[in-house]
Design a binder for this molecule. Structure first.
Ligand code: NDP
Ligand code: MG
Length: 384
């Protein structure tokens, strides 16, 4: 069997490390050809030692040199490894907007993109899907909900499917009142009830922005009308996605919450093989609960639907301002509820551009970051 050659972008992160566990478990199936990190040289050293990739990309300015491996830099480095002739699959697991560049290059070079990075579809969905349709490349989703839907979707005819249902754990503050949310700390927000993930996405789970971003991703991945993309709160995170079928039946995808399952499926699809994750025992879980999301307590989820309806540059603006606000919250500069305040005010201020080019989207992203930073400074002044 020919081994699958992998480029893993964002190798030092939470998805990156889970991907390495999958590769470690299936040494006979995969070769790691290239990796990227931003700042974490220690992790890079460990990866080079263990997997001996031929290329490493460093996207920050940190100093690093090493013999016997080609070191590339910045976005150009990400683009270059994404298009290497002997790479089959590019795992895009970097944080942030940069993910779009290697994704586009990989698709144009006919690769499979195992896509974890959310910004790529949330902000650039229209462009990226167009490039995918015009190329021999393909996107296979890594996010657990989209992987679940993808696995179900391919089993049915389009006319048989009525709704996509994405599940949300509800995050760290599922049962908190707005009043109590005013006082929560960063440590509180980082206590995710079911998943272990990077800090940014864990805060997004607490605001339900993460689910909002996933609604937008689902829209692009499955070309489904927005009113047929539903969200339910499911605190156990065992059911990852469901399809409601035309006859009223529901089919669901269940597993223990562990990203190694969807990551591995994106790498081996259409094949399904043994994974390093233990089987789900439903008699241990005992109960599965489902609730209607509360859009009043979690307005960012509603906003995601609204900005997608607005279209154009709006989703990119929402995403960028959210990213800035979440990092400001993680830096202790603003409170938890200030995240949504920054996002709503940035979205309100934005002058939408319809049918945007990649350049327009990048400009809107940049503007949103600047405006959000300005708002954060104002909020910090208010506080002191
Ligand atoms: P982490 O923060 O754990 O890791 C981010 C990775 O990207 C690290 O390798 C980091 O390098 C690198 N990175 C950080 N900043 C930059 C930058 N400016 N340019 C290039 N690379 C950068 O994030 P996660 O692994 O949690 O998430 C990665 C992506 O996958 C996100 O878009 C997230 O929304 C998505 N995702 C994550 C899930 C999860 O379970 N964690 C689930 C579904 C989607 P370094 O360590 O050197 O700083
Ligand atoms: Mg998810």
């Amino acid at each position: 069997m020919k081994k699958i050659n992998i480029a893993l972008l964002g190798a030092s992160g939470s998805i990156g490390q889970n991907t390495l566990e999958v590769l470690r478990f299936h040494k006979d199936r995969f070769n790691l050809i290239a990796v990227s990190v931003h700042r974490n040289i220690k992790k890079l050293e460990e990866i080079i030692q263990e997997f001996k990739p031929r290329y490493a990309v460093i996207t920050s300015e940190v100093n690093y040199s090493k013999k016997d491996i080609k070191i590339l830099r910045g976005i150009d480095g990400l683009k270059e490894v994404a298009a290497l002739p002997d790479v089959d699959t590019v795992v895009v697991a970097t944080a942030g907007t940069v993910g779009v560049f290697p994704t586009i290059n990989a698709l144009r070079s006919g690769k499979r993109v195992a896509l974890a990075n959310k910004e790529t579809l949330v902000s650039f969905g229209g462009i990226v899907k167009k490039i995918e349709s015009e190329s021999s490349g393909e996107i296979i989703p890594v996010d657990s909900e989209h992987s679940a839907i993808f696995q179900l979707f391919t089993r049915f005819e389009r006319e048989e499917i009525q709704d996509i249902v994405l599940t949300a754990s509800g995050g760290a503050f599922r049962n908190l009142s707005r009043e109590d949310m005013k006082r929560v700390t960063m440590e509180d927000a980082l206590k995710h009830p079911t998943w272990s993930m990077g800090k940014k996405i864990t805060v997004d789970s607490a605001t339900l922005m993460n689910k909002g971003l996933e609604v937008i991703e689902a829209y692009w991945l499955f070309s489904m009308d927005l009113e047929h993309i539903k969200v339910v709160i499911h605190p156990q995170s065992i059911v990852h996605g469901m399809l409601t079928l035309k006859d009223g039946a529901i089919v669901a995808h269940l597993s223990i919450p562990d990203m190694k399952i969807p990551i591995q499926y994106a790498l081996t699809y259409p094949e399904r093989i043994e994974s390093p994750v233990k089987n789900l025992d439903l008699t241990e879980i005992k109960k599965l609960e489902f609730y209607e999301p509360d859009y009043n307590r979690f307005p960012l989820l509603k906003l995601a639907y609204d900005v997608l309806k607005d279209g154009g540059t709006m989703p990119a603006v929402m995403n960028a301002s959210n990213e800035i606000a979440v990092y400001a919250f993680l830096d202790g500069k603003i409170g938890f509820l200030d995240i949504e305040r920054v996002v709503f005010q940035t979205v309100e201020k934005h002058k939408i551009i319809y049918n945007p080019s990649l350049h327009d989207l990048l400009e809107a992203d940049k503007w949103a970051r600047e405006y959000a930073n300005h708002l954060i400074q104002e909020i910090s002044k208010e506080k002191n």
